[in-house]
Write a protein that binds this ligand. Structure first.
Ligand code: ADP
Ligand code: RBF
Ligand code: MG
Length: 397
């Protein structure tokens, strides 16, 4: 997280972007584009996916066609892809912290608008899949309702106008560079939540850059604070992942004295990509050994500046041996903090030890302890990320 600039933090209204800020639209786009590429004898390259973020459909189409050398015009490509995509609009998952933020703003009477480059009808379809979202907005502005989309300030100015708000009293939350540019051009305060990893410097025009909506601190802007933190932890909608323990960097045990049982991130990229980087905790099941408390980091380890996103669970138990290849199942139930950089190895180690103490203690609270009995943690037959069924089974417990 970058240090916030000194600003007069008094806002009365909030304006939110939709795709990439509240919704994980990218994963749906890649789910649709992937099979299309296969049909055209090409392979989807997840490393190129970030190039589509914040683009209009036409711009994104042009990028895909060029990157993969496809023999279509952007219009032809869009006419083939759009019907398939449209069917998926109501199935896009909320990003971590999105529903929590909307509920908070609504229950505290903070007028909130939705301002998106996508056409109004698509916005309606996309938010229809999320209970309580539509009612959270006092105004919704689509790209087809103004003359120019982001990076032009029009959409944000129109949203402010519809809420009878002064632009300088508005707080914009945006994941894309065009969106941040538009918010600043509108004379508003801007929080950037980049969906493109490791590009925080490019967002320097924003007032503050955060990792995920879980890191929004409304009180910094003169808005009512969240009151759902419990003993330095934030309960989340649990997520479940599993896989064989693979070789990591080998430095956790050696340099930090903190071994992590890495999981193959590509096995559940659909789940992990949604859950942005950060330090989380929960329960870990090892088929032949038992169930243990666990604290983990997801992301790029800023201290080591990794190029690959990794999932690194540290089981709070002394095994005294390696267990590579064993099936590890995780129930992730809470959030602690964003991944950070540290001035020294000692301060990184001290912070991870502190995360361990926080997780150790929090997991005894009934709200987290209950998940220790999740059938998912013991079920060794089912591989990969969970289906909705196993999640429903768990939630009904
Ligand atoms: P690093 O030391 O960087 O995490 P690896 O990920 O390759 O390197 O190896 C660490 C290994 O240590 C894990 O894969 C696991 O087999 C083993 N291990 C032993 N104790 C623990 C523990 N308490 N938590 C996680 N992994 C552990
Ligand atoms: N690495 C970082 O660079 N920044 C962090 O904030 C950070 N937090 C971590 C928190 C926990 C609970 C764990 C287990 C690891 C964390 N690490 C962090 C990752 C650590 O650098 C990694 O496990 C080692 O590099 C071993 O691969
Ligand atoms: Mg490891």
């Amino acid at each position: 997280m970058s240090a916030p600039k000194p600003i007069s933090r008094l806002v009365s209204h909030v304006i939110l972007d939709l795709d990439g800020t509240l919704l994980n639209t990218d994963s749906v786009v890649s789910k649709v584009v992937k099979p299309f590429l296969v049909k055209n004898e090409k392979t989807w390259d997840s490393k190129k996916a970030h190039k589509l973020v914040g683009k209009t459909p036409y711009e994104a189409a042009a990028v895909v066609l060029e990157d993969y050398g496809l023999p279509y015009s952007a219009e032809e490509f869009l006419s083939m892809i759009t019907p398939v995509l449209s069917e998926q609009w109501c199935n896009i998952k909320a990003l971590p912290g999105a529903t929590r933020l909307l509920k908070h703003l609504r229950s505290n009477g903070v007028p909130t608008a939705l301002a998106s480059n996508s056409p109004r009808s698509n916005i309606e379809a996309k938010i229809s899949g999320h209970q309580g979202w539509k009612e959270s907005f006092s105004a919704i502005v689509g790209g087809d309702e103004v003359e120019k989309g982001k990076p032009s300030p029009d959409i944000f100015l129109e949203a402010a106008k519809r809420m009878n708000a002064t632009p300088s009293n508005c707080l914009v939350i945006e994941d894309s560079l065009p969106g941040v540019t538009a918010g600043k051009a509108a004379g508003m305060h801007v929080i950037a939540v980049p969906s493109i990893p490791k590009k925080a410097v490019e967002f320097s025009s924003a007032d503050v850059v955060i990792n995920s909506l879980l890191d929004v601190r409304p009180e910094k802007w003169g808005l009512p604070p969240f009151n759902d933190w419990i003993e330095d932890t934030l309960p989340i909608e649990p997520w479940f992942i599993s896989g064989p323990v693979i070789k990591g960097f080998g430095r956790g045990s050696k340099i930090l004295g903190i071994p992590t049982a890495n999981l193959p991130a590509e096995n559940f990229s659909d789940v992990v990509s949604e859950y942005t980087s950060g330090v989380y905790f929960g329960w870990a099941g090892l088929s032949t050994r038992g169930i243990y408390k666990m604290v983990m980091s997801v992301g790029w380890n800023p201290y080591f500046d990794n190029t690959e996103k990794t999932v690194e669970p540290w089981l709070l138990h002394n095994f005294g041996e390696d267990f590579y290849g064993e099936e590890l199942r995780l129930a992730i139930v809470g959030y602690i903090r964003p991944e950070a950089n540290f001035p020294s190895l000692e301060s990184l180690i001290e912070r991870i030890q502190e995360d361990g103490r926080i997780a150790e203690k929090a997991l005894d609270l009934p709200m987290y302890a209950n998940y220790k009995d999740s059938p998912y943690l013991r079920n060794t037959l089912q591989l990969g990320s969970t289906t909705d069924d196993s999640q429903a089974e768990l939630n009904s417990k």
